[in-house]
Design a protein around this ligand. Structure first.
Ligand code: ATP
Ligand code: MG
Ligand code: MG
Ligand code: MG
Length: 476
């Protein structure tokens, strides 16, 4: 089933259940506390918190998302993209678990010929929060899922809150068993590589009070209006339904792998390391396309830096695959040809997008020549002095003057057998940021935006460095 068809079925299923179809918001988050839209719920935050009255009781969308936190997973796991699309259905004080759960099951298990996704029940598993007897009862009694397929998990994976006072509540997730060859039996609690999380259902039903940490916080009582927020990974469902091994091999992404491997003269599937690089290229090129499409421009901070880093990582991966000639514009064209089927504006705006991408590649190529010389000298000096660690100041200079993302410096240093004083580098970055902030403060007054959605922020990184230092996801 084509990705576009999975999307169509999603929207028509929930439209048939009286949901208003809401177009994807921009990747540039409409919430001022987030750099990017990291989940389908982000555009609906004001309605979910009750800050603004919702113009509809029910909504559904396929939301473009970027999660920089997942960058290190890309190409290595089967299921993490820096860009992906989250299908969502939302209830603002309207239906609750009793509808959200059976509908999710209905869409997932209805045979393909009848408009559903046609997953086989024998491949499906469900998790609920350990104390959520209500959800457990709905899954087992109302829906009729076998109790040995419904696992109770703790707060870590199965409880959602903003991280501060506000709505909170249990989650329930649907997993697909991608095959016994991928790991041990036993369901999602045992092995993530085998059991693929496709859909998260969040039940916002309680009011969280002040204090407490990630778990063990005070709960003041039930919300007067309970909400539903769900998110299903479009690419994950696509790769499972298309019989592929991972999300980079789906119809919307794979053509870039094909184009990149043809340029490099390597065969995808022949070598693990090359395969990871090809998947990174395909992922980052698509993220770059979508971000530039939403108006982000490469730069040295914030969103621009994330974009710069993605594009430069893609160029770098191509070079490691043996391609020195410019390649990004061509690969971006391939990606656009696929993505424009769902996002036609990419086609009309492509002249501009292509120029931005090509200019960034060109800038990076110039920088790479100069930066590589600096780095090589630093490595030589380090080794000559009997050390094994490139000093922080050099990494900072490479970042600040030559636009070298720190992971590029780390990678290139490690190829030459030395490490980098990363801690020191981050301190220098913090100092620089504080200087910039002090500067900005002296130029303007006004309070910083206070985020209601701390947890999304914590999990996905507000701007630059947190997201880059965290190599693993905090939720599972
Ligand atoms: P995971 O544990 O696999 O990292 P998650 O729990 O962080 O996923 P949620 O925040 O629950 O993900 O998001 C809802 C859904 O969005 C997930 O169930 C998954 O299908 C999809 N999803 C999340 N992150 C990604 C990603 N980086 N790439 C592709 N799909 C994703
Ligand atoms: Mg989840
Ligand atoms: Mg995650
Ligand atoms: Mg998870």
């Amino acid at each position: 089933m084509e990705t576009a068809e999975i999307r169509r079925r999603w929207l028509s299923f929930f439209e048939g259940k009286d949901h208003t179809v809401v177009p994807s918001a921009s990747l540039v988050s409409p919430d001022p506390t987030l750099l990017f839209t990291v989940a389908g719920m982000v555009p609906f935050i004001p309605y979910l918190t009750g800050r603004e009255p919702a113009p509809f009781d029910r909504a559904t969308s396929v939301q473009k998302c970027v999660r920089t936190l997942d960058i290190e997973e890309v190409g290595k796991t089967t299921r993490h993209g820096t860009f992906f699309q989250m299908n969502g259905n939302f209830s603002f004080g309207d239906y609750f678990k009793e509808s959200a759960i059976p509908w999710a099951w209905e869409l997932v298990t209805t045979p393909k010929e009848q408009g559903g996704y046609g997953f086989d029940e024998k491949d499906l598993w469900v998790t609920v929060y350990e104390d959520d007897d209500e959800a457990h009862r709905i899954w087992t009694k109302d829906v009729g899922v076998s109790p040995d397929r419904v696992q109770r998990l703790g707060m870590g994976p199965n409880y959602w809150s903003t991280g501060g006072p506000g709505p909170c509540g249990p989650c329930s997730e649907i997993f697909v068993d991608a095959g016994a060859h991928l790991g041990r039996d036993g369901g999602p609690a045992v092995d993530e590589d085998r059991y693929i999380e496709i859909w998260n259902l969040v039940f916002m039903e309680f009011e969280r009070g002040e204090g407490g940490g990630k778990s063990g916080f005070p709960i003041l009582g039930e919300l007067p209006r309970k909400n539903i927020d769900t998110g299903m990974g479009l690419e994950r469902v696509a790769y499972l339904l298309q019989g592929k091994d991972n999300m980079y091999e789906i119809d919307e992404v794979f053509p870039v792998i094909e184009a990149a491997s043809a340029m490099a003269g390597v065969r995808y599937g022949a070598d693990r390391e090359a395969d990871v690089r090809l998947r990174v290229v395909a992922d980052h090129v698509r993220s770059g396309l979508m971000l530039v499409g939403d108006g982000v421009r490469p730069g040295n901070e914030g969103r621009g830096y994330v974009l710069r880093r993605l594009l430069r990582r893609a160029v770098r991966a191509m070079r490691l695959l043996g391609v020195d000639a410019p390649s990004l514009a061509e690969l971006t064209t391939v990606s656009k040809d696929r993505m424009a089927l769902s996002y036609p504006e990419l086609g009309t705006d492509f002249g501009r997008i292509s120029e931005v991408v090509a200019a960034e590649e060109e800038a990076f190529r110039r920088t790479l020549v100069a930066g590589t010389t600096i780095l090589d000298t630093a490595v030589r000096e380090t080794k000559a002095g009997g050390g094994t660690q490139v000093p922080a100041a050099r990494a900072f200079q490479l970042h600040d003057t030559y636009g070298f993302p720190i992971d590029l410096t780390l990678e290139m240093a490690s190829e030459q057998g030395v490490s980098v004083d990363e801690q020191g580098f981050r301190e220098l970055m913090t100092e620089q940021r504080e200087r910039a902030r002090a500067d900005a403060r002296s130029k303007r007054t006004g309070a910083a935006a206070v985020g209601a959605y701390r947890d999304v922020l914590d999990a996905n990184g507000p701007t630059d460095w947190q997201a880059y230092t965290t190599l693993t996801t905090t939720s599972r």
